[in-house]
Ligand binder design. Structure first.
Ligand SMILES: N[C@@H](CCC(=O)N[C@@H](CS)C(=O)NCC(=O)O)C(=O)O
Length: 343
């Protein structure tokens, strides 16, 4: 018994030490990022609109721009990012082990991931939901007609789990055809290994673009799940958690107050709007609470832009994906994107 109790104390003492180390500024993620000179950002290996290397080999997409925003806030330079492409299966281990500082990779916020893996979700940068895509010549109009179908799906995702739930609940059978990466999954579908492909709806639009003949596939109307996607950090470093979360809130608030990469310089000179002045660090709490320079918000908006600008050029109507804002419109414009006030 005595031994057991001392064992418990040993564990408590060890975790107290761990905690002490975590809150020690010298060992904080912010300090590490400053020392190494860049943010290590885990992204998907290739998903158009979210994170994808372009023809010049530069990473592009909504999740990529979010990493750039964190680099602008913390290092004053959006280019100081090292991208680490990760499959769905690899992504959480990479964050747990410290190989990356942020996971910014179409990752769904769930109870298990937020609590049991030593990780924290910082917010939602894209509200998504799971759907299905089928070959047009199959001639079906609803996912309810998929009984007996072979379904291409990516491993290590919520997609796999929702797929099983959906078919069970609807009393239907299916044959999973499982792949490790998005390109493999869409190739599997393209080459006829399966009747349907399932993933987040944004992913369906992205993968359809890469089919030999994109018009040969149709997206079915059913959305079978909630997939709130957002940036993730390790548990135990509240300062870094706050930096990442308020980077997202700054981008969303900037859209709400019509502050853009194009007008922020001028607004810094002459804006009298107290909301805008706090947003860009002229007044208000500024950078102190986050351990950042006072112009951290200004740098995010100047170098990357507001949430709406980023959405538009990466996944929205200004991009090949052509996705409407839908749930991702601001709260005062028919959607549910809502950020707490900067004051
Ligand atoms: N949101 C789901 C699915 C995320 C996911 O990884 N989806 C695949 C299918 S579109 C993907 O993005 N793959 C990109 C890649 O493997 O590079 C999750 O968090 O589990």
């Amino acid at each position: 018994m005595a031994q057991k109790i001392s064992g418990v104390f040993a564990v408590l003492a060890a975790s107290a030490t761990l905690f002490a180390v975590n809150v020690n500024a010298a060992d904080s993620t912010l300090n590490k990022v400053k020392k190494q000179g860049y943010v290590q950002c885990g992204v998907s290996a290739g998903l158009p609109g979210f994170s994808n290397p372009n023809a010049k080999g530069q990473w592009e997409g909504l999740d990529v721009e979010f990493c750039q925003a964190v680099a602008a806030a913390t290092l004053g330079d959006k280019t100081k990012v090292k991208y680490i492409p990760l499959t769905a299966k690899e992504r959480f281990t990479a964050l747990q082990s410290g190989e990356i500082d942020i996971l910014s990779r179409n990752t769904t916020w769930t109870l298990h991931r937020d609590t049991a893996l030593g990780l924290n979700f910082t917010g939602v940068n894209y509200y998504d939901g799971q759907g299905f895509m089928v070959k047009k010549d199959m001639g079906i109009k609803s996912a309810k007609e998929l009984d007996g179908a072979a379904v291409c799906v990516q491993s290590g995702t919520t997609t796999e789990l929702n797929l099983a739930d959906y078919f069970r609940v609807n009393g239907m059978k299916y044959k999973p055809v499982v792949f490790d990466t998005a390109p493999q999954t869409s190739k599997g579908f393209d080459s006829g290994r399966c009747d349907a492909l399932t993933t987040d709806q944004s992913g369906l639009y992205a993968l359809r673009l890469n089919l030999k003949d994109p018009t040969s596939a149709v997206v079915l109307p059913e959305i079978i799940s909630k997939e709130p996607l957002g940036p993730v950090v390790r548990q135990g470093d509240d300062q870094w958690f706050n930096i990442v979360r308020w980077t997202l809130f700054t981008m969303i608030n900037a859209e709400e107050f019509n502050v853009t990469s194009a007008n922020v310089e001028q607004l810094k000179k002459d804006s009298k709007d107290p909301n805008i002045r706090r947003l860009i660090g002229l007044d208000g709490p500024k950078g102190k609470g986050l351990g950042l320079n006072d112009d951290w918000g200004f740098q995010i908006i100047k170098q990357v832009g507001n949430y709406g600008e980023s959405f538009h050029r990466t996944v929205g109507l200004g991009s090949p994906l052509n996705i409407e804002r839908g749930l991702n419109a601001l709260w005062n414009n028919g959607g549910i994107q809502y950020a707490p006030p900067i004051r």
